[in-house]
Design a protein around this ligand. Structure first.
Ligand SMILES: Cc1cc2nc3c(=O)[nH]c(=O)nc-3n(C[C@H](O)[C@H](O)[C@H](O)COP(=O)(O)OP(=O)(O)OC[C@H]3O[C@@H](n4cnc5c(N)ncnc54)[C@H](O)[C@@H]3O)c2cc1C
Length: 526
């Protein structure tokens, strides 16, 4: 057995590899910095941090007898005897490229209470799928403003779209889950996380956006006839669904929406406009919030509108980013919508939308946190090879400080996200709705602010390359432009902060009330 010793950031990783009584089969024969190379075969140079001392190592591993090797922090770019170190990483219990903080901590052989073998299996499936079929294409798809139809079909076949609609798994409309196990919210988290490695909001929203936000109201409130007709093609990627709530004059203030539907015989006559609708231009089905009754939230209903109904018009909007998810302006002009396309009951639309908000925001959180990580990971890779003033960027303390600031925010945020995922997984739906609204709203703000911070810092690290499209700075340039596409929809930051406090206060008051009414049960029973 050979021991690999980390330097600087590598040390943190290493302590984990070496903890406990595990035996490491790593056949890594790592030389000093002189025979370490980057992917182009160029010597990387001296590691910028102090080496771990032999004394410290002996203290850490009293039983170790083998040879001692060194791993500089940028080790995943290094080749050891012709093999990249990250190819050897699985032997050390690591999954992924092994960049410090480049993946969630459970990828880097840290202990976790949340993940089991099915999650590991699923992570591998998703990573290979993204690396082989998606990663190198997203830039083109974004520039062209469209994701090829085959991608939707492939995502459908994979089960990815069915996973987007939350639990329970839609067996009736899709069949059994293709992976041989029933997925939970952690599988869904892994799916968003891995797909977001593309660093493309447009791709994520293009494929998953409409399904995550538009389809659940159909799944939970549509009639059996409607579900049988709409669910199978949507979860299989043959058809696309979107959610149309926002209007030119009503965004955050949903209660004020004006789009109206009047019942005439067997049809609702729908009139109005919707703005910034993700996937609207590609959609076959539109879950539309409209007014069927009195002013305020009690007069709002949800109708399922179909693309080929006369009077539906879509126009792609010119936006700063997320080009491949086709942000759309929609006009409904005397559209005749059959009564059977009403989702649930009249006047309950607002309630139905609220029911899906935690799940929708959970998806936003998962995506933005990985987008932040992409900024960190790409920064690390770039800073390890770009030289200024005779040193690589990472050798400048100011740049290391930037990476550290990103890392501490991402790690804290990811831990909160996993905690929310665990609550979603273990709570009945009603309890989750009641208890998680405040946390999810605040976590969404946390995630998008961290994404914003990381996109900015990464752009500074990339310099001019973060200002030109494509090439080395591709992801950072794009994400820097797309921050607002995560921070505004799904509940804009100001609204989320306010809601987070209001909901949590209300919950605490309710808990107190219950505790007073039944002191023997206590607030924890709420
Ligand atoms: C990329 C993208 C995709 C989208 N996709 C969809 C979609 O698929 N379906 C859909 O229906 N909509 C979609 N939207 C619209 C989105 O939901 C709205 O933009 C959002 O709800 C905010 O509404 P608004 O833009 O009208 O801003 P407004 O509601 O006009 O608010 C403007 C700003 O003021 C702040 N603000 C508002 N009220 C208050 C207050 N009381 N106190 C303090 N601050 C306040 C808000 O936080 C916001 O930052 C999308 C938007 C974007 C950018």
């Amino acid at each position: 057995m050979v021991l690999v010793i980390g330097i600087g950031l590598g040390t943190r990783m290493l302590k984990n590899f070496l903890h406990g009584s595990k035996t490491y089969e790593a056949t890594v024969l790592m030389g000093t910095e002189t025979d370490t190379q980057d992917s182009a075969g160029t010597a990387v140079g001296t590691a910028p941090f102090d080496c771990v001392t032999r004394e410290a190592l002996e203290e850490l591993l009293p039983s170790f007898r083998g040879p001692i090797m060194q791993v500089p922090p940028m080790y995943s770019a290094l080749k050891v005897k012709g093999k990249r170190l990250y190819q050897l990483a699985p032997a050390l219990g690591v999954y992924g490229e092994g960049h410090p903080f480049g993946d969630p901590s459970w990828y880097q052989a840290y202990n976790t209470p949340y993940y089991n073998d099915t999650h590991k299996q699923f992570r591998k499936i998703m990573r290979e799928y993204v690396d082989e079929h998606i990663m190198s294409n997203v830039h083109d798809w974004d520039e062209k403003g469209v994701i090829p139809k085959e991608m939707y079909l492939e995502a459908g076949k994979q089960g990815t779209l069915a996973l987007c609609i939350g639990r329970p798994w839609p067996e009736k409309y899709f069949g059994k889950a293709p992976w041989g196990f029933e997925p939970d919210y952690f599988h869904e988290l892994i799916m968003y996380d891995e797909m977001s490695r593309t660093g493309s909001v447009g791709f994520q929203w293009g494929v998953a956006g409409g399904t995550t936000i538009g389809l659940p109201p159909v799944y939970h409130h549509g009639s059996e006839e409607l579900k049988d007709r709409v669910m199978p093609p949507c979860v299989k990627g043959e058809k696309v669904c979107c959610l149309a709530i926002t209007e030119p004059t009503a965004g955050s203030d949903v209660a004020n929406l004006k789009c109206s539907a009047k019942l005439e015989g067997d049809f609702y006559i729908l009139n109005g406009e919707k703005k910034w609708i993700t996937n609207g231009i590609f959609a076959d089905f539109f879950t539309v919030a409209c007014r069927t009754g009195k002013p305020g939230v009690g007069g709002i209903s949800l109708l399922l509108v179909e693309k080929d109904m006369p009077g539906v018009e879509t126009r792609k909007m010119k936006c700063s980013g997320a080009w491949s998810s086709g942000t759309t302006y929609i006009t409904f002009d005397d559209v005749k919508v059959p009564k059977g396309n009403l989702l649930g009951k009249e006047g309950k639309g607002f309630q139905y939308m609220m029911q899906n908000f935690n799940h929708e925001r959970f998806a936003f959180c998962a995506m933005s946190t990985r987008f932040a990580r992409v900024c960190l990971e790409d920064s690390l890779k770039f800073a390890g090879k770009r030289k200024t003033f005779g040193k690589t960027l990472i050798q400048h303390p100011v740049i290391r400080w930037k990476v550290a600031e990103m890392a501490r925010q991402i790690e804290a945020t990811h831990n909160w996200l996993e905690w929310i995922t665990y609550q979603l997984k273990t709570m009945p739906k009603l309890e989750a709705m009641l208890k998680l609204g405040g946390h999810t709203a605040l976590c969404k703000v946390q995630c998008t602010k961290v994404m914003e911070y990381c996109a900015r810092e990464a752009a500074q690290i990339f310099g001019g390359l973060s200002y030109s499209r494509g090439g080395q700075g591709e992801k950072v340039e794009r994400l820097n432009r797309e921050v607002r596409a995560m921070a505004i929809p799904g509940g804009s930051e100001e609204i989320m902060l306010d809601l987070g406090v209001k909901q949590s206060t209300k919950l605490a008051q309710m808990a107190k009330m219950f505790a007073e009414a039944a002191p023997q049960q206590g607030a924890a029973k709420l």
